[in-house]
Design a protein around this ligand. Structure first.
Ligand code: UD1
Length: 422
């Protein structure tokens, strides 16, 4: 298995291009199932999770081809001849569950294995099921698979989510585009990826209002048509690379970066002593002093501080001046990076959903283990600030969510290389 070697080597300088959002693309791709006509996505990230979704859609009978070095995805669901999303593919990635709503809406039936994905909590699907049942679907769990059917088609309804789940909002929104009548999703997730999906569905002929707010209204239509849509910038990749010059020193410009995607994160950076400025091409980031100040962070649904940047923020807080408390409110088991950071000399005390981090002057390089996608990149960031060498093992998690990670970090002067495993 490959590993990544990072050496802490001081200030970084240059530009890093930010890719299209993995999480947006994983919701946009299943939208192809809603129409017989082709869907073209541009600015798609080149990631193993995207390959997994490609494999899943192909297993259902969709045609998916990658053009221009994988950045354009041409999808067609003219011939959907299978309605079973198999465990062997679904277990690799939780976002596979996003085929459920579209398949049900288009075919009137879907059998989808319960998903796997990052080991960061129980991540049930009750909200997806509750929403689709409200639209008239009958859903049963048998042998690890959700068997869903809507023989008489789906019917619009008012659905109130008791938590603003991203995936449930996406599944219900997609299903509701072809339902009869009006659907209102109350307490809907407001993430930029939801807005991006709604924009794409609208180009396909869907009637959707309110995406980006807590109330989304969808007026069902008889059919959707083809469209071309650029995937929104990846705000998590953006936030991750924004931390590189904050941790290692220097100044880096993030090409394609947008303040509106990372508002709560930028507020915390400002409080910690970091300047973020808008440029013509994106955002420029520079630490104000030699060391950042400790700040407290609580993860929340958008527009709050994203859970997907919590591990990276913890890596920063490990060498901040003072003590910070990071509270994780989205996932119950998302501090698995803490023991690895402790191996590098960090002072972290985890109690339930809180991690108290007391900044140390310098971390020390060590062999560490990536445990999930965002944890793995937090260890690379920590390695940039550490004395000596850090080896991050199990980097297949990284390949799921960060394209060309070594090239992007080394492009701004970081000493980082991928070591081929056996
Ligand atoms: C998406 C993102 C993921 C991010 C998360 C929260 C994708 C592909 N993934 O995941 O990177 O960390 O949003 O911003 O977009 N929950 C339930 N019942 C449900 C659904 C969710 O209890 O039916 C709980 C989950 O266990 C979790 C919380 O709600 O604790 C958030 O989940 P959700 O917003 O659904 O996240 P995902 O869509 O899985």
């Amino acid at each position: 298995m490959d590993s990544i070697l990072v050496k802490g080597n001081g200030p970084l300088k240059g530009q890093i291009p930010i890719a299209g959002a993995k999480n947006a693309c994983l919701a946009l791709m299943p939208a192809t199932l809603l129409s017989e006509e082709p869907l073209t996505l541009t600015n798609a990230p080149r990631l193993s999770d995207i390959k997994t979704m490609t494999e899943l859609l192909q297993s259902l009978g969709a045609e998916v081809s990658s053009l221009q070095d994988g950045q354009v995805q041409a999808l067609s669901s003219h011939n959907i001849d299978n309605h079973v999303a198999d465990y062997e593919i679904v277990r690799k990635m939780r976002a596979s569950n996003l085929v459920l709503g579209p398949m049900l809406a288009r075919l009137g039936q879907a059998v989808v294995s319960l998903p796997g994905g990052c080991a960061i909590g129980a991540r049930p699907m009750d909200l997806h099921i509750h929403g689709l049942e409200a639209l008239g679907a009958e859903i049963e769990l048998k042998d690890g698979y959700l068997h869903a059917k809507a023989p008489r088609g789906l019917k619009g309804a008012v659905i109130e989510l008791n938590f603003a789940s991203v995936g449930a909002t996406e599944n219900i929104m997609m299903a509701a585009t072809l339902a009869k009548g009006t659907t209102v999703i109350k307490n809907a997730a407001r993430e930029p990826e939801i807005v991006d999906l709604a924009e794409c569905l609208k180009k396909m002929g869907a009637h959707i209002e309110g995406a980006g707010t807590s109330d989304i209204t969808i007026e069902g239509v008889d059919r959707l048509h083809g469209a071309t849509h650029p995937v929104v910038t990846d705000r998590i990749e953006l936030g991750t690379y924004m931390l590189a010059p904050v941790i290692a020193g220097g100044e880096v410009e993030l090409l394609g970066g947008r303040l509106d995607l990372v508002g709560a994160f930028v507020e915390k950076l400002d409080e910690a002593g970091v300047d973020v400025t808008e440029t013509k091409a994106g955002l420029k980031v520079k630490r104000r002093g030699d060391r950042v100040k400790a700040v407290n962070v609580t993860t929340e649904p958008f527009p709050g501080f994203p859970t997907d940047l919590q591990a990276q923020m913890m890596a920063l807080m490990c060498t901040a001046d003072g003590t910070s408390v990071l509270e994780e409110k989205i996932f119950e088991n998302r501090f698995m990076h803490a023991p690895e950071l402790i191996r590098m000399g960090a002072k972290i005390d985890v109690q339930g959903g809180h991690a108290t981090v007391t900044g140390v002057d310098r971390l020390k390089g060590a062999p560490v283990m990536a445990t999930d996608l965002r944890a793995s990149v937090s260890l690379i960031l920590a390695g940039l600030a550490a004395e000596g060498e850090t080896i991050v093992n199990r980097v297949y998690h990284l390949d799921r969510g960060y394209e060309q990670v070594v090239r992007k970090f080394s492009g701004v002067g970081a000493q980082i290389e991928r070591i081929k495993g056996s």
